[in-house]
Every structure is written in structure tokens, then in C-alpha cells.
Write a protein that binds this ligand. Structure first.
Ligand code: SF4
Ligand code: SF4
Length: 450
């Protein structure tokens, strides 16, 4: 029996897990942004002229919702300055001139046998190694797991990898199955639960069979086969598919006793605890018809997007846009100088032909966007209120519950820019809330002075 959720779509998956993992030669300079996570930005720990080793911590912030960053090559720091960030803006970054020696930093030793069974030691290591949600959310994992302890009874590992093109999770399952099971076991110990449920879409049957052959029950893991449907890998969809529980509007997974951790994150936790390796590289799927691909490229964090394309054979057609992640939820990069970061699961170099934008689209009131929304929202009405600038009604139609999965836009025959509108609206509401909070705090501070 396969498990799933209500709504969703069936895009052309364009996956190529049969393409083996290739190793990208690290660039002459890596650019390591101080923001590679949700939460407080890191402060650089190094200055221009310093020599750094591979894996050395170069940015940190002690705030609980933060994650340190590490050097992905050894060499000399040539700049500490704002540089283009893949998600937009100029962000403080450490630029390292690669000496191509990969001189290792030995600050993080592998955990001892005793520590590998100790939740506190595992959580501390997750943080110190800079582990964040590598499915793309980049939420600091130690904080996420720790805050669920005592409240969460179901740990779910996300193995759906439902976004078109992306293969990194599937290849991790096939190439590092034992390490992955050990990584999941570490998260299970840290989360203080007896069992982890590993939800995997059945288009990865080879990986399901391989993992089952390694007796996941010995690690406290059950493999849950899931129907192939986008966005099966959304946290709320995983929870529904695996447990039948529903996260209410505005609610969080922990509110229904669940924590969801991605496949690649569990593998990073294995590397951090068993190998003493911080997050400095990941498999990045490189695709799109502007390059000759696809490639499943093991890429150092901090590799510029233009350099990555060159290493994958260069541009073979005119580039229209660069999408980071998959085509459904991905974000457009604004500069080829921007680097890959911990959350970069894919880089898609698209031509004109792959661009779905049309001039002056008109809604035909077909309702197809409503039938596929996995959050049971009404995108057609949300868009209408957004266009009119009626933000009161937009909020009443729960735009903040939209997690920007792109299913409505994908299913819209008129190609209305629905998801883009909701993304913009949510940013606007968030900015308004932040402004109101700041004003309330300033008022309270003034009152306190009287
Ligand atoms: S409204 Fe949001 S959550 Fe619903 S389908 Fe569209 S993008 Fe996905
Ligand atoms: S799917 Fe597109 S055209 Fe149809 S109702 Fe929704 S927004 Fe309008």
C-alpha cells in the first residue's frame, strides 16, 4: 500500500538518477556567505590575509537559531565583504583563494562510541558542523530536533524528492545506504523517539529495496512507500501521508507531534558525527537545456554558478534564467557570480523555451488551481484580491498558509503567475508584521523610560 495526501500534480519529472555522481573540481576562489540558514546571520571569524584549512569554522553566531559556516577549501582569505547571494541581495561573505591542497582542519574529531548514543553529544555536533535543512529550507537542524524533544512522537525522514530534475537524495540512498541509515538513527536518538518513518516515493523502488535489504528495523527505522505525486515532499504532505495527521492552518509539525528531516540532512549528520566532517559540499543536480546535461555534481559550498556551468560543459544554448532548486519551488538567481550554498539541491540553467511566463495572462475561471492545492486554498480568489490590493481579504483567504509549492501555477492553463503573487504577498505581510513589532517594542521602551 502506498501513502499520499489530497491534491497535488504530476509534472514531467525529468529525473536522471542513472547519471553517476561526478566530482566538480573546486574553483580557484570560493565565496562562502555568512547566511546559509534561517535565523541570525553569522559573523566572520577570519580576516583578509588569514590562512584557513578545509573544514575550518569561518563564521558563527551564538544565537540558538543559527548555524556556523566552514571553509570548503584550504587557502588564503582574500576578502571579507558583501558579495551576491544566490537568494538575492549582497551578503557578507568570506572569499578564499584555493591553494588546492585541501589541508584538513581537525577541529571536529569523529564522535566516540559512547557519544554516538548520547542525544546531547549528537545535537551539539549537528550544530557545530553547521547542519541545516538541506532539502532547501535551511532551518538549523539541531534547534529543530531539540525543540521537538518531549513533544514529538513521530520522526519522519523525507525521502520523496518530488521536485522535477533533482536526484541528490535518490543517489545518496543508492550510494551511501548504510551511512544514511546510521544518520537517521542518530536523529532518532537525538529526537528521543523509538522509531523513524522514512517516506520514499515508489519511483525510487531500487532505493527502497536496497534500504530494506539492510534491515532498517535494526536502526529503529521503517520504510514507508509513498505514491508519486508533487508536492509529496512538503512537510505537511509527508506528515499526512505517513501518519494521517493534519497540520491545521498556521500550525507547525510539532503541533501534531511530528518532526520532518530530509534525507540529505541525515547524511550530513552521519558525516558530522562518524567522520567529523562539517557541511562543505553536497550533490547538486545541474540541468536545463542551456547546458549539456544533466549532471549529478558533488560540489563544494561556495562554488560560483557560472563556474559550475563551465565545469558541466559550459553553455550550449542561450541562457534565459538560472533556477536554484527545482522548477516548481525554485528561486531565480540574479547573478552567475553568486555561489552554491548548503541548501542548493539543484541549479537549472534554462533557455527561453523553458520559461513559462506569458504577457498579460487572463484567468478563465476554470477552477483547476483549486483542485490541486494541497493546502485546500483557493488560489483564483487569492490572486483576485492580490491584484486588487485587497490585503484584508487576501489574509482571510489564508495566503500565509501557502507554502509556494507551485502546483496551482503548474495546473493553470492561462499561466497566471499565482505562486509568484503569493510569494510577494507573504513577504509584504511579513515586512508589515516586523514593522508593527518594532514599533510596539519602541513604544514599550519609551513607556519604560517614563
Ligand atoms: S496556493 Fe500555494 S500551497 Fe496552494 S497550490 Fe498554490 S502555491 Fe501551492
Ligand atoms: S487555474 Fe488559472 S485560469 Fe483556472 S481559475 Fe485558476 S487562475 Fe484562473
Amino acid at each position: 500500500m502506498t501513502h499520499t495526501f489530497q491534491g497535488g500534480v504530476h509534472p514531467n519529472y525529468m529525473k536522471a538518477p542513472e547519471v553517476p555522481i561526478s566530482v566538480v573540481t573546486p574553483p580557484a576562489q570560493v565565496v562562502i556567505p555568512m547566511v546559509q540558514h534561517i535565523g541570525a546571520p553569522c559573523k566572520p571569524l577570519v580576516a583578509k590575509g588569514d590562512y584557513v584549512k578545509l573544514g575550518q569554522k569561518i563564521g558563527e553566531n551564538p544565537a540558538p537559531v543559527s548555524a556556523p559556516v566552514h571553509a570548503s577549501v584550504s587557502g588564503t582569505v582574500v576578502a571579507v565583504e558583501p558579495r551576491p547571494h544566490p537568494l538575492g541581495d549582497m551578503i557578507m561573505s568570506v572569499v578564499i583563494e584555493n591553494d588546492f591542497q585541501d589541508t584538513p582542519c581537525e577541529d571536529l574529531a569523529p564522535l566516540t562510541e559512547k557519544e554516538l548514543k548520547d542525544p546531547e553529544a549528537i545535537l551539539a555536533r549537528m550544530r557545530e558542523a553547521g547542519v541545516v535543512g538541506m532539502g532547501g529550507a535551511m532551518f538549523p537542524t539541531a534547534f529543530k530536533v531539540r525543540s521537538g524533544v518531549g513533544k514529538v512522537d513521530k520522526l519522519i525522514i523525507n525521502g520523496a524528492e518530488c521536485e522535477p530534475y533533482l536526484n541528490g537524495d535518490h543517489l545518496t540512498m543508492l550510494n551511501f545506504p548504510e551511512q544514511l541509515l546510521k544518520g537517521i538513527e542518530l536523529v532518532r536518538i537525538a529526537a528521543d523517539v523509538d522509531k523513524a518513518y522514512y517516506g520514499i516515493e515508489i519511483n525510487k523502488q531500487d532505493a527502497i529495496d536496497l534500504l530494506n535489504s539492510l534491515h532498517p528495523e535494526n536502526y529503529g527505522i521503517e520504510i514507508v512507500p509513498e505514491a508519486v505525486k508533487y508536492p509529496q515532499g512538503g512537510e505537511k504532505m509527508q506528515i499526512k501521508a505517513v501518519t494521517g495527521r493534519e497540520v491545521k492552518p498556521g500550525g507547525l509539525p510539532a503541533g501534531v507531534g511530528c518532526t520532518v528531516v530530509s534525507t540529505r540532512t541525515c547524511y550530513a549528520i552521519y558525516q558530522a558525527c562518524y567522520e567529523g566532517k562539517p557541511v562543505i559540499e553536497r550533490i547538486v543536480t545541474v540541468g536545463g537545456s542551456a547546458v549539456d546535461g544533466p549532471h549529478n555534481a558533488l560540489t563544494r559550498v561556495g562554488t560560483p554558478l557560472g563556474y559550475l556551468a563551465e565545469q558541466c560543459g559550459g553553455f550550449v544554448k542561450d541562457l534565459k534564467k538560472v533556477v536554484l532548486g527545482g522548477p516548481m519551488m525554485g528561486i531565480c538567481a540574479t547573478s552567475l557570480d553568486a555561489p552554491t550554498i548548503k541548501g542548493t539541491a539543484g541549479v537549472l540553467y534554462f533557455t527561453e523555451k523553458e520559461d513559462r511566463m506569458v504577457d498579460d495572462p487572463q484567468c478563465i475561471r476554470c477552477g483547476k488551481c483549486i483542485t490541486v492545492c494541497p493546502m485546500k486554498l483557493e488560489p483564483v480568489f487569492m490572486y483576485m484580491y492580490y491584484s486588487k490590493g485587497d490585503y484584508e481579504n487576501l489574509e482571510k483567504y489564508h495566503v500565509m498558509d501557502c507554502f509556494e509549492c507551485g502546483s496551482c501555477s503548474f495546473n493553470c492553463p492561462a499561466r497566471m503567475p499565482l505562486t509568484h503573487a503569493f510569494k510577494t504577498a507573504k513577504l509584504m505581510f511579513q515586512a508589515k508584521a516586523a514593522k508593527e513589532k518594532a514599533a510596539a517594542e519602541a513604544k514599550a521602551a519609551k513607556e519604560a523610560q517614563k
